[in-house]
Design a protein. Sequence first.
Length: 235
Amino acid sequence: MDLEMVMQELEALGKERTKKIYQSNGAHEPLFGVATGAMKPLFRKIKRNQPLAEELYATGNYDAMYFAGMIADPKVMTEKDFERWIDRAYFYMLSDYVVAVTLAETDVAQEVADRWIASDIELKMSAGWSCYCWLLGNRPDGEFSEEKIAAMLDLVASTIHDAPERTKYAMNNFIYTVGVSYLPLHEKAVTIAKEVGPVEVNDNNNKTKFLNASVNLQKAIDKEQLGFKRKYVRC
């Protein structure tokens, strides 16, 4: 299938209700409003196709950009490719659920994520922290430096309350993910979560809410979910 055919298929799958939901979360035109699940039959037809993924991502259409992440081939993507993708990710569903997820399937994931975390650019920081969440929730604990992850927890504890809004979400999720999926630092994550306490954030509609990694960690403990690892990062 070529770009035009895929765009036609995506447009046919679009729903106005889904489009409005995406827009309420930060998406803007152009977009069709295609539910993620509705894309799966199309993915099974195409599978991995990096050249087509690049064409789709370049359209600026949210649904096409999201689908690009589904068919992308991380093994052939370079650091420059990821920098280009993150620069075009204009809201968190692209930065955290397309770019960060795809990056998490590469050998350069930690190096790139480290660079983004240190960037002071909201969505790059969010993608960097989110990438670590995808990594920790999928890869064996032995692939990570305990000292490094501990230092990252300390960084979250000292900066999360003053971080940009979307970065707060990703940092809060990092505490939770370490506590659930990275057993060497489970106790430290529990302690950090309690120290951090509720984190105030504003959503896209400027409504205030509070994130609380400590409460969510306790729920995971109660459900005996410690040590959870996803079999796959992407669908």
